[in-house]
Design a protein around this ligand. Structure first.
Ligand SMILES: *Cc1c(COP(=O)(O)O)cnc(C)c1O
Length: 392
């Protein structure tokens, strides 16, 4: 006997749960790729992507996962031998920096560890010592999906402005877009990268690079531009095929159209508020469990935690035990740990995109059942605390 019947909850931080509406929008024959619906759909997607990114500037769409969007963003603004400052708060800032290094860019790192956000004062300090402006870009994630840390992007911009440094601010919002509040133009972000398969509720395979006027100017002298990654024709196509430098990702576009419809019908602010309320339940459960055991969130300070994903510790190998127990016993898959530390102790819960209260209570209740079954010490009032957080 297994309790894994009914709909399985893939509670990992991407790919996220796909709404039926997205699946149904994709279930159709191949469309005309020259004129008509697909061309109009693409134009409306470009418009609506800018709405969710809170920008009036440009976006290029790539048939790529987030790693492709990383490379695209760098190749449009940098040249071999340029210097960048990469802010590490876990695995994903590191990964983006490694792509820059492999492209021949000189990478300077500030490492904030695996349990803390970027400290803007240290960014200001590093830029102050770069008096001749050799650093061309500051690269950071908004949310690092390994640690579930949320970085304060507006404060990083303020630190750069305080020093008067001309570097571009480049932000990875692959995990956080449409989960944690993000305001590209208001926060002075020059380049933002995102992907389809997390808060945007669409299968992996579309990468997005948003760019403002300062980044567009950097493109004019960037030596790393290649035909496929060049954002210029993609963002201002004279012919439809230039949007994608070849065949359009037809069904991903139909799926993304449906996902954006859902987001805009709900409202961008309401989507953020829903994630905020739901994550409150996750935090309340984990914090309460920890009152009688070793369970704890990876990020101690609530202000530095993401609304897209939560990384937690369960003590003495509890993370690995829970991850093994939950799929078959409860129909839930948790995210694997990434990075450093005692990995068997850790687990991650994805709560991005198409998620509601009963799903969050379901995953938390299943984890608590698992802790009871596996004799992982915890305070069972965790679930009550989660319900309380949802009811407020
Ligand atoms: C998922 C993720 C990536 C990588 O995206 P892929 O689609 O797996 O290449 C990069 N950065 C962050 C913050 C992510 O969450």
């Amino acid at each position: 006997m297994s309790l894994d019947h009914g709909r399985h909850y893939l509670a990992i931080p991407g790919p996220s749960v796909m709404p039926d509406r997205v699946l149904q929008a994709m279930h159709r024959p191949a469309p005309n790729i020259y004129t008509g619906e697909l061309v109009e759909t693409t134009a409306s997607i470009v418009r609506d992507l800018k709405t969710v990114a809170r920008t009036e500037h440009d976006v290029a769409i790539y048939i790529a996962n987030g790693h492709g969007a990383w490379e695209a963003s760098l190749s449009n603004v940098l040249s071999r031998g340029d210097r960048v400052l990469v802010l590490h708060t876990g695995r994903f800032g590191q990964g983006w920096g490694m792509v820059a290094k492999a492209l021949g860019v000189e990478v300077e790192v500030i490492d904030f560890g695996w349990q803390s956000p970027v400290d803007p004062a240290r960014v200001a300090e590093a830029l102050r010592t770069d008096a001749d402006g050799a650093i061309k870009a500051v690269m950071t994630v908004q949310v690092d999906t390994a640690t579930s840390v949320l970085n304060d992007v507006a404060a990083i911009r303020a630190a750069m402005d305080e020093v008067g440094h001309p570097a571009l601010l480049m932000v990875d919002c692959i995990a956080s877009l449409m989960c944690d509040r993000f305001e590209m133009d208001a926060w002075g972000v020059d380049v933002m990268v995102a992907g389809s398969q997390k808060g945007l509720m669409t299968p992996p395979g579309l990468g997005f690079v948003f760019f403002g006027p300062r980044a567009a100017a950097a493109r004019e002298t960037a030596g790393l531009v290649t035909p496929y990654w060049d954002w210029t024709p993609r963002s201002a196509p004279a012919e439809y095929y230039q949007h994608f430098f070849g065949t359009a990702p037809t069904h991903h576009l139909f799926g993304l159209r449906a996902a954006l419809d859902m987001i805009l019908e709900e409202g961008v602010e309401a989507v953020w508020a829903r994630h905020e309320r739901l994550v409150g339940a996750v935090w309340a459960a984990i914090e309460t469990w920890g009152q009688a055991g070793a369970v704890a969130p990876n990020i101690a300070d609530r202000a530095a935690r993401s609304r897209a994903v939560t990384t937690a510790r369960a003590g003495s190998g509890g993370g690995a035990k829970l991850r093994a127990w939950l799929p078959e016993a409860a129909g839930v898959t948790l995210g694997i740990p990434l990075g450093e530390g005692v990995l068997e102790d850790m687990f991650r819960i994805g709560h991005m995109g198409h998620v509601n209260a009963q799903m969050v209570m379901g995953v938390l209740g299943s984890i608590q059942a698992g802790m009871a079954a596996l004799q992982i010490p915890h305070d069972p009032l965790g679930l009550a605390a989660a319900a309380e957080a949802l009811s407020n």
